[in-house]
Design a protein around this ligand. Structure first.
Ligand code: BEZ
Length: 550
C-alpha cells in the first residue's frame, strides 16, 4: 500500500515536472491550475466561482457562439484547458431586478502567455463560450483558445439577451464600457493566481458589438490592452440605430400589404430587384480595380446611382421602376437634419447588397407560411427603446419623431456607448495596435461611417502632433462582405495573427490575404485603407500576388 502511494506521488510529481518542462511558456500542472479552492481563496469574496473544471482535449460543439444568437453548426477541436465560470458585482437594480457581471474564462494547459478578451454581440446579456471567436465567421483557422490563448468572455452585466435595461444606470454603464475594465482586471488576477504571472500581452477581439467593445478597450482602457481587433464594429451604435430605423421606414412605404393590412417589408424589394441593383453596381464599378471579378475594390471611384437602373419604356427587365429607385436612394442616403443636410453617413453601393445577410437585416425574409423576419426593427431599432432611451421613448414616439429628434433624445447614452473618440495617444504611446476590419456591404454599420471616423482619427492624430494614425490603427475593408462574414466576398482570413505579428515586430501590416468559399480558387490582398487592391494586368487574376495596394 505504502509503495503504491509513493509510486503515485512520484508519478504526480513527474507529471507536474514534465508539464513545466514541455510547455512553451509559463505552465503548471493543469490540476493545480484548475483548482477551485486555490482560485477562490485568492479572489475577493465578491467574486463567486460557479464552476471550475479541467476539460480534456477534444471537440466542442458551438451551439451558441455568434452574436445575436444565430445558431452555428461549427464544432471546434480544443486542447485541454481549465474552464472557469463565475460572477461578481451581484446587486438588486432598478425595479427590483437582479444583476451581476457573469464571465467565463478558459485557460489552455499549453498557454502562449497571451490573454484574449472575446467581445460580445448585440446587446450582450449572455456569456458565450470563451473560445476566442474570430472576427469573421468565414475564417477557417483555429480559434484563439486552440492556439494557446487564455480567453475571457462576459455578459457585460445583465442576464437576458434581449433585455430592457434602459432604466438601470449601472447595467447601462457596464454594457457601454465599464465591464471591459472590470473583467480584464479580474482575468489578470485569475491568471496571476493560476499561473503566477500576468499575461505578456492582452488583446481584445470581437465583431459587431464586440467590435465596438474592442475600440472602447483601446479608447478608454489604453493601459490594459496591447492590441485590438475590431470587426464590423457597432462603433457608432446610436447613429446606426437611427439610420436603420429610417431605412426600414422607407422600405415600408413601398411594401405591398399582406392579408392583415400590414406592409410585407420583404416584398418591398424582391431578390430579383436586389440582384439587378448588384449587377448595376458591378457593371459600373467592377472594372475600376483592373479585374472584372465580381468584387469592387475601388469603392472611392465608384459613382453608381440607382437612377442608372430606372426602367425606360423600352426595357422591362434588368431595371427598376421609379418608385423603387427613389426608395433605394432615400434609404441609402439616410435621414436629413433640419437644415436639409444628411444626418448620418450613407449606406454603401456595393454588390454585397444582394447578399443573404444584407437582406436579412435590412429588408427581411418571409418563409413559406408568410412569417416575416426583418432584423432591423427587432434588433437595431429596438435597441433605441430597450437600451438608449432615457426617459423611455414609446413606439409611437419613435414613429412620429424625426430622426434628428430621436438622436437628440438618446445623446446622453450615445455619449457613453459610442466608440467614436479619436484620442488614442496613450494607447499609441505604449505601443498598442488596432486592426479594424469591416465589409463594404455591412448592412448594420455603414462602412462609409467607419471610413469617415478613420479619416477623422488620421486628421486629429496629426493635428494633435502625434504623427500618423496608421502607426497604431489600420482599417481594412472587404469588398462584398456583409455583417461579420457572408456576401459575395472573400471572408476567410485571420486578423488575430496579423495583429500579434504587428504588436511583436512593430512592422505595420500593409495588407492581409483573404480567400473565401464564395469565390473558390481566388485570393486577394485586403489593403490598409485608403489603399485598395489593383490588378497588375499580368498573370493569373485569381492570385493575390498579381495585385498591388494602390
Ligand atoms: C451585433 O452585435 O450583431 C449587433 C449589435 C447591435 C445591433 C445589432 C447587431
Amino acid at each position: 500500500m505504502q509503495i503504491k502511494v509513493i509510486v503515485l506521488g512520484l508519478c504526480l510529481y513527474l507529471t507536474t515536472f514534465i508539464a513545466v518542462a514541455d510547455a512553451t511558456k509559463v505552465t503548471e500542472s493543469p490540476v493545480r491550475v484548475c483548482s477551485s479552492e486555490k482560485l477562490q481563496a485568492g479572489l475577493s469574496p465578491e467574486v463567486t466561482l460557479t464552476a471550475v473544471s479541467l476539460v480534456g482535449a477534444g471537440p466542442l460543439e458551438l451551439v451558441d457562439l455568434t452574436p445575436n444568437g444565430s445558431p452555428t453548426d461549427r464544432s471546434i477541436v480544443l486542447g485541454s484547458h481549465c474552464l472557469i465560470q463565475g460572477r461578481f458585482e451581484e446587486r438588486v437594480g432598478t425595479n427590483g431586478k437582479r444583476y451581476y457581471i457573469g464571465f467565463e474564462m478558459r485557460l489552455p494547459t499549453e498557454w502562449n502567455g497571451r490573454l484574449l478578451y472575446q467581445g460580445g454581440g448585440g446587446l450582450n446579456g449572455v456569456v458565450l463560450p470563451a473560445v476566442g471567436r474570430h472576427t469573421t465567421n468565414g475564417s477557417s483557422t483555429p480559434m484563439a483558445l486552440a492556439r494557446g490563448y487564455a480567453v475571457v468572455s462576459t455578459d457585460s452585466g445583465h442576464q437576458e439577451r434581449n433585455a430592457n435595461f434602459a432604466e438601470d444606470q449601472l447595467a447601462k454603464i457596464n454594457y457601454a464600457y465599464a465591464a471591459i475594465g472590470k473583467v480584464t482586471k479580474l482575468a489578470h488576477q485569475i491568471l496571476s493566481l493560476a499561473r503566477n504571472t500576468k499575461p505578456e500581452r492582452t488583446y481584445f477581439q470581437g465583431c459587431s458589438n464586440g467590435g465596438r467593445e474592442a475600440l472602447i478597450a483601446a479608447q478608454r482602457y489604453p493601459e490594459l490592452f496591447d492590441g485590438i481587433v475590431a470587426g464590423n464594429p457597432a462603433f457608432n451604435l446610436s447613429t446606426a440605430a437611427v439610420l436603420s430605423h429610417y431605412s426600414t421606414r422607407q422600405y415600408w412605404q413601398i411594401a405591398p400589404q399582406g392579408s392583415d393590412g400590414q406592409p410585407v417589408v420583404p416584398r418591398a424589394l424582391t431578390e430579383s430587384d436586389m440582384s439587378i441593383l448588384a449587377r448595376g453596381i458591378l457593371d459600373r464599378c467592377d472594372k475600376l480595380d483592373g479585374a472584372e471579378d465580381g468584387m469592387v475594390f475601388d469603392q472611392g471611384a465608384c459613382d453608381f446611382d440607382p437612377r442608372m437602373l430606372q426602367c425606360s419604356e423600352a426595357e422591362a427587365d434588368n431595371c427598376l421602376p421609379a418608385a423603387k429607385v427613389e426608395t433605394v436612394r432615400n434609404a441609402f442616403r439616410g435621414p436629413l437634419a433640419p437644415d436639409g443636410a444628411p444626418l448620418t453617413n450613407p449606406w454603401v453601393y456595393d454588390p454585397g447588397v444582394a447578399g443573404e445577410n444584407w437582406r436579412a437585416w435590412q429588408i427581411g425574409t418571409e418563409n413559406e407560411n408568410g412569417e416575416i423576419n426583418t432584423r432591423f426593427p427587432d434588433m437595431v431599432a429596438d435597441s433605441l427603446a430597450r437600451y438608449f432611451a432615457y426617459p423611455a421613448l414609446s413606439a409611437e414616439d419613435l414613429e412620429t419623431r424625426t430622426s434628428f429628434s430621436v438622436l437628440d433624445a438618446i445623446a446622453p447614452t450615445a455619449a457613453i456607448t459610442d466608440a467614436t473618440s479619436t484620442q488614442m495617444s496613450t494607447f499609441a504611446a505604449k505601443g498598442g495596435k488596432a486592426i479594424i476590419v469591416t465589409g463594404w456591404s455591412d448592412p448594420i454599420f455603414s462602412a462609409h461611417d467607419l471610413t469617415a471616423w478613420y479619416e477623422k482619427l488620421t486628421r486629429d492624430t496629426h493635428e494633435a502632433g502625434f504623427g500618423e494614425a496608421s502607426q497604431f490603427a489600420r482599417l481594412f475593408l472587404v469588398p462584398g462582405m456583409n455583417h461579420c462574414s457572408g456576401g459575395p466576398a472573400l471572408d476567410d482570413f485571420d486578423v488575430l495573427s496579423v495583429l500579434d505579428e504587428w504588436v511583436q515586430s512593430g512592422k505595420a501590416p500593409d495588407y492581409f490575404i483573404a480567400t473565401g468559399k464564395h469565390f473558390p480558387g481566388q485570393s486577394r490582398p485586403i489593403c490598409a485603407y485608403p489603399k485598395h487592391a489593383v490588378y497588375s494586368g499580368k498573370g493569373d487574376y485569381s492570385a493575390a500576388n498579381n495585385y498591388t495596394c494602390q
